[in-house]
Design a binder for this molecule. Sequence first.
Ligand SMILES: Cc1cc2nc3c(=O)[nH]c(=O)nc-3n(C[C@H](O)[C@H](O)[C@H](O)COP(=O)(O)O)c2cc1C
Length: 353
Amino acid sequence: MSNPWLNHRAGRRAASAPESAIRDNQPMNIGPYRIDPPLVLAPMAGVTDRAFRVLCRRLGAGLAVSEMTSDDPRMWKTEKSRTRMDHAGEPGPVSVQIAGHDPLALAAAARHNVDQGAQIIDINMGCPAKKVCKVDAGSALLRDEALVARICEAVVASVPMPVTLKIRTGWSRDLRNGVAVARIAEASGIAALAVHGRTREDRFEGKAEYATIAAIKQGVRIPVIANGDIRTPQQARTVLAETGADALMIGRAAQGRPWIFAEIQHYLATDTALPPPAAKWVGQLLAEHLGELYRLYGEAHGVRIGRKHIRWYCEDHPGADRFWTEICSVSRAPEQLSRVAAFFSGGELLQVA
Ligand SMILES: Cc1cc2nc3c(=O)[nH]c(=O)nc-3n(C[C@H](O)[C@H](O)[C@H](O)COP(=O)(O)O)c2cc1C
């Protein structure tokens, strides 16, 4: 889609901007890959499917990490896994996250995903979800540093591709062992580290804290990607200043707003904010996004998955709640698309309904 708004790509750095790699628009390297700009879409199960990753890459993300994929080979044949492992047409480097707790199984999962097109393997040690933690995967691994080392070493040795690790700041507020885990990761050959500024115990509560991310950045030489509660370009700048990180990772703020990467890139480079995109442009973007969902999942499932995205895109627009309730009763793609088009070009359908 041709879009003049997107031509607001990051320009020259404003003369007054402080020195920092990312403010100079310096890319980050992960192994042989330049991540340019150093803004990363966070892995989000149920959200960062191929349709969303491609959109975020087009709108300014330098890297987009897949939803987590299981290390259990029995799962790889399910429709869900097949969709998650489908990278057709995805711009590289393709980064795929694996989750599990057994070093050998994770190593096999890494190899399998490389066979499916992964160019970077990301290990999930950041997710506090019950279904992940109850099998001692995700952030549950953070309390067992010896196991962290065995997993990182096994996965790094299993593939020629760079392996990244996503962690939290520690297991709990009493055991904020992020620096120790980061050093283990570095010694095990991990190429870059993403750190969510909460402990596993925090889940998603409270605010992300950045002091531990700053300590991790000081404690290792591999690139560190700061993550957690970055919702605006201004917050992006603050997090960079507080952590000294090499890159930023954005999760929830990209939901319904995949252009946030262009906004952040522009702000960091120029010290000025992009104007908000026009409602009609947002509607067109959403329609494209929905079209990709229908292609990826088929009409029935694509329409269902599309609903939550519609809700996110609509959130800031008048009449969003009512519109979303109505759109939930729509099961055909053409109707979903025409209602979205009407909502974003004036909400006529809302008035009719
Ligand atoms: C819906 C959802 C799904 C998530 N799934 C994953 C996942 O699969 N793997 C992972 O490492 N983190 C996952 N996360 C955590 C995010 O990657 C990120 O660390 C977290 O949301 C904090 O960043 P944010 O404040 O920018 O959203 C998920 C978060 C959300 C909201």
